[in-house]
Design a protein. Structure first.
Lengths: 257, 280
């Protein structure tokens, strides 16, 4: 069958497009271990990684990012999973539409909207922008991803199992907790990893609602990228690519289970 | 369903509703309200209510930026099709390794938009990899101005959103009956003719879905034009951000945000009306 296998031309063009997707990141990572500040290869060195480790602003920003991502992931995973379960039991067009709407809303619109809301609330309460406003913002944009990932998994599950459990005397809560939840665990973990990586990476919304004490890693990278070039940014980016890539691969694995 | 089922369902839905209402719908409502207010003396917003900001949007300066945003997002979308199509076709025909290839396409997408954008700054700037190579090889005498222009922004956006074009095209190609292609070949169509006259028309819904998925985030993008355009290539997203930060004209920024949101919704409506169905 001639048309069902990829021809050589098709292989070559697909290979070129994949190279386009991967070469920029590969080049960045290669030059992160270059023993020169210029973009000329001068030999292997881990000096830029050592520089990262000694930079206290990077460590502080990493700590902020981790705290924000962990807190927002925890909230959005719990809330999103409960909502997905309820939506699976009975659709709610209104909530689903809101979820889709939040996914198509441009990040910059979401960011200025949250900033406007915070500013309006601050008129009445004595609070300022800081870690808490960033965490709330991250919860608001990662919930939708959790709902969709968990709901997709629920739709492949057998609803009669819960009914059987209830016929045998389980309460509704027990049926959810003992029957459905264990089967959902991989999807919930995948959703949490996704929420974590989206939160850890966000710059646009974070930069609008962050305070003086809540500089995140993406904000730091942005500032460094705007200024002069230090290969230590390459090293930082390489670390992020490897860590995030592993998380995503893990999430994909979990979803396929 | 038992009455108790309703109770548990409401209990499970409540936190999500609280979050979506408080941290998504309410902020949008606040922006909508601000867009009808007047700019305060020290930034911020004040009474009286007015439609001033919406009138100002029709200034040729802002209409021009909107037109540029449309053109740029359009160029990105059009460029994504020929790049995504062969890759999608290849994956659809790669037998049992499909999932592996699909994951390979999605992987860069989930590994940090900021890092992927920075990678292009590293490649394109005056002392970047491309210019260094060209200088070394003697192709050019002085570094080419590759960064901080529309071209760099388009490349960056194509790079960022290409997976959104690959996935839906792959999904439609996957469902195509191979017998149709064989029939065309048996009737004397050459491979290129099969692709152009049979495969492409059949893949249209996928291409259209991909176009929506690429066009909408490109139109509303902020980070890529900011970093790769370097202030010279401004899109509507950058103007909105600027009104809320440097320019401190919140009502006008709010009106632009509402305008952009409406445009996105209109585009989705148009797509649904053409039989697109729900996204996601």
């Amino acid at each position: 069958m001639s048309s069902s296998r990829p021809t050589r031309l098709l292989r070559a063009s697909a290979g070129l497009v994949l190279a386009f997707l991967y070469l920029p990141l590969a080049a960045l990572m290669a030059f992160s271990v270059n023993d020169s500040a210029a973009t000329v290869w001068q030999g292997f060195s881990l000096r830029w990684y050592r520089e990262l480790w000694q930079d206290s602003s990077i460590l502080a920003a990493t700590a902020n990012s981790l705290l924000i991502a962990l807190a927002s992931t925890l909230c959005s995973t719990v809330v999103g999973t409960l909502a997905a379960y309820a939506l699976w039991k009975q659709r709610s067009r209104l909530l689903l539409s809101t979820v889709y709407l939040s996914l198509v809303t441009p990040e910059v619109v979401m960011g200025v909207a949250l900033l406007a809301l915070y500013q309006a609330v601050f008129r009445f309460l004595d609070i300022r922008l800081g870690m808490h406003t960033v965490i709330l913002a991250h919860v608001s944009f990662s919930i939708s991803y959790v709902v969709l990932v968990v709901l997709a998994r629920l739709r492949t599950m057998d609803a009669t199992l819960e009914e059987a459990a209830m016929d045998l005397g389980a309460t509704e809560l027990q049926a959810f907790y003992r029957v459905t939840l264990p089967g959902l665990a991989p999807a919930i973990a995948a959703a949490a990893l996704l929420a974590f990586s989206i939160s850890f990476d966000d710059y646009v919304i974070t930069s609008l609602v962050a305070g003086v004490d809540s500089e995140t890693l993406p904000m730091l990278i942005y500032a460094k990228a705007r200024r002069a070039i230090s290969p230590s940014v390459n090293a930082l980016c390489a670390v992020i690519v490897v860590v995030m890539g592993s998380l995503v691969l893990l999430a994909q694995r979990l979803q396929e289970r | 369903m038992t009455p108790a089922a309703g109770g548990l369902r409401a209990l499970f839905l409540a936190p999500a509703w609280l979050t979506m209402a408080g941290l998504f719908l309410l902020p949008i409502a606040v922006v909508l309200a601000y867009s009808f207010l007047t700019r305060g003396a020290y930034g911020g917003q004040d009474l009286p209510w007015t439609v001033e900001s919406y009138i100002r949007m029709w200034d040729p300066l802002y209409l021009g930026i909107l037109a540029r945003s449309f053109l740029l997002a359009g160029a990105v979308t059009v460029l994504c099709v020929p790049l995504a199509f062969p890759l999608a076709l290849f994956i659809a025909r790669s037998g049992r390794h499909k999932l592996l290839w699909l994951n390979l396409v999605m992987l860069p997408f989930f590994t940090s938009l900021l890092v992927r954008t920075y990678a292009w700054m590293f490649l394109l700037r005056d002392t970047g990899l491309v210019n260094t190579l060209l200088l070394k090889l003697g192709v050019v005498a002085a570094p080419l101005p590759l960064l901080y222009n529309d071209g760099a922004v388009i490349v960056g956006l194509v790079y960022s959103y290409l997976p959104f074009m690959v996935l839906p095209i792959y999904a439609t190609l996957e469902r195509i009956d191979l017998a149709l292609l064989e029939a065309a070949a048996d009737l004397g169509e050459r491979p290129w003719g099969v692709t152009r006259r049979v495969l492409l028309p059949l893949a249209r819904p996928g291409i259209l879905a991909g176009a929506v998925l690429v066009f909408i985030p490109s139109l509303g993008s902020y980070l890529t034009p900011d970093l790769l355009g370097g202030g010279k290539s401004i899109l509507v997203g950058n103007v909105i951000q600027n009104q809320f930060t440097t320019a401190r004209d919140w009502p006008f920024g709010a009106a632009l945000a509402i305008g952009l949101m409406l445009l996105v919704l209109l585009l989705l409506r148009w797509w649904e009306a053409r039989g697109g169905g729900e996204l996601g």
